[in-house]
Write a protein that binds this ligand. Structure first.
Ligand code: ISE
Length: 333
C-alpha cells in the first residue's frame, strides 16, 4: 500500500517511522507539510518524496491511501478531498473540531457509496482495553452500571485552552466508552473543582466530565492535564455482578533505598506505542479487503458531537442533551 502523509508534526513523524519501520505491507511514498523543512525531515525517514501541497499529494497517482496528521481544523477539507478522489484515508483524532464538518464528511462518504474513512482512536487497539471489552462482551461483570475514569497528563503547552480537555483529551474516553459499552451518550455535564496552581493561568484544570448513556449508565471522567507526576490513564467499569479495570502498563517493581516502587509512564506516545502500531497495521491489512475495519467517520462524528456538548456544558454549567441523529444504515456494523 503506497501511502501519502499530510502533516509532519511529531505525530506525523511518529507515524512515518511506524509505517516505514514496523508496519508491514505499507510504504510511505509522499509527505507534505506547510513547513517544507519538516516535510523533508519526515520524508527522509522513509525515503519518500516531498509534495508541496496537501491537494497535490491527495491527487498524486502514486498515492493509494492517505494518512492525515495535520492540524485538526484542516482535517475536514483534507478528508473530503480524499473521499472525492476515492482514496482510503486514516485521519488522526479528532476527525473534525466542529460537528457540522463531521456531517459533511458523512454525507460525502455515503454519496460516494464506499467506506473510505478511519479515525485514529488508538485506544480501541490497546491490549488492556481489548481485554476489558472481552470481559464485558462475555457478560463477565453483568450489565454495566457505572464507569470511573481518569485521564491525566503531566502537563500541556500554553496553546492548550479550556475547551481542549473535552475536544482533545476526553474525546478518547468518549470514543472508547461508546465502543466498550456499545451505546451512545444521551447527556453530558461538566463539573469544575478548584483549579491547580500548577498550570497556565488561562486554563481551567482539572475538569470532571459526567456522562449518561442512552440506557442510563453513568460515567465520570476526571480530566487533569497538569498532574505533574506522569501520564496516567485509569478506567473501571462497575457492572451488576463485578468490576473490570484497565490494567496499568507492565512495569518492574523496584526495591531500593528503603522503597518498593513502579515507574509511571511519562507520555502518551510511550503509553500507547503498541496500540498505535496495531492500529496502523490493522488499517493497512483491512484495506486489502477494501473496507477500513476501525473507527469510522460515524464514530469520529459522534465523538465530536459529545465533546462539543461537553464544552457547552462547561460554559453554561448545565446538563446538555447530546443531539445525535440516528446512525445511518451505511455505518451499521
Ligand atoms: C493528545 O492529543 C492525545 O491524544 C493524548 O492521548 C491526550 O492524553 C492528550 O491530552 C492530548 O492532548
Amino acid at each position: 500500500m503506497k501511502i501519502g502523509l499530510i502533516g509532519a508534526g511529531w505525530i506525523g513523524e511518529e507515524h512515518v517511522k511506524r509505517l516505514a519501520g514496523r508496519v508491514t505491507g505499507a510504504e510511505v511514498v509522499a509527505v507534505s507539510d506547510i513547513d517544507p523543512e519538516r516535510a523533508a525531515a519526515a520524508a527522509a525517514i522513509a525515503g519518500a518524496r516531498v509534495v508541496d501541497t496537501a491537494e497535490r499529494l491527495i491527487a498524486d497517482p502514486g498515492v493509494e491511501a492517505v494518512v492525515v496528521t495535520s492540524w485538526a481544523p484542516v482535517h475536514a477539507e483534507q478528508v473530503l478531498a480524499c473521499i472525492a478522489a476515492g482514496k482510503p484515508v486514516f485521519c488522526e483524532k479528532p476527525l473534525t473540531t466542529e460537528a457540522a464538518d463531521g456531517l459533511r464528511i458523512l454525507d460525502a462518504e455515503q454519496a460516494r457509496g464506499e467506506r473510505l474513512v478511519q479515525v485514529g482512536f488508538m485506544r480501541r487497539y490497546d491490549a488492556g482495553y481489548r481485554q476489558m471489552k472481552a470481559v464485558l462482551d462475555a457478560g463477565g461483570v453483568g450489565v454495566p452500571l457505572m464507569v470511573h475514569c481518569a485521564h491525566r497528563n503531566p502537563t500541556q503547552p500554553e496553546s492548550y485552552h479550556s475547551d481542549k480537555p473535552m475536544v482533545d483529551t476526553a474525546v478518547h474516553e468518549i470514543d472508547v466508552l461508546r465502543w466498550l459499552l456499545g451505546e451512545e451518550f444521551a447527556t453530558v455535564q461538566v463539573v469544575v473543582p478548584r483549579s491547580t496552581s500548577q498550570r497556565f493561568p488561562h486554563l481551567v484544570d482539572p475538569q470532571i466530565l459526567l456522562l449518561e448513556t442512552a440506557s442510563g449508565a453513568r460515567v465520570d471522567v476526571e480530566v487533569f492535564v497538569n498532574c505533574r507526576y506522569g501520564y496516567d490513564i485509569q478506567c473501571e467499569i462497575v457492572g451488576e455482578t463485578g468490576t473490570v479495570r484497565l490494567p496499568d502498563p507492565a512495569a518492574p517493581l523496584v526495591r531500593s533505598e528503603g522503597r518498593a516502587s513502579y515507574a509511571v509512564v511519562q507520555d502518551f506516545p510511550s503509553r500507547f506505542a503498541d496500540a498505535f502500531d496495531t492500529e496502523l497495521q490493522e488499517w493497512v491489512d483491512s484495506l486489502r479487503s477494501g473496507v477500513p475495519a476501525g473507527p469510522s467517520a460515524w464514530d469520529g462524528y459522534a465523538a465530536t458531537v459529545v465533546a462539543n456538548a461537553a464544552v457547552e456544558a462547561r460554559r453554561t454549567g448545565g446538563v446538555v442533551a447530546v443531539d445525535l441523529p440516528g446512525r445511518p444504515a451505511f455505518y451499521q456494523e
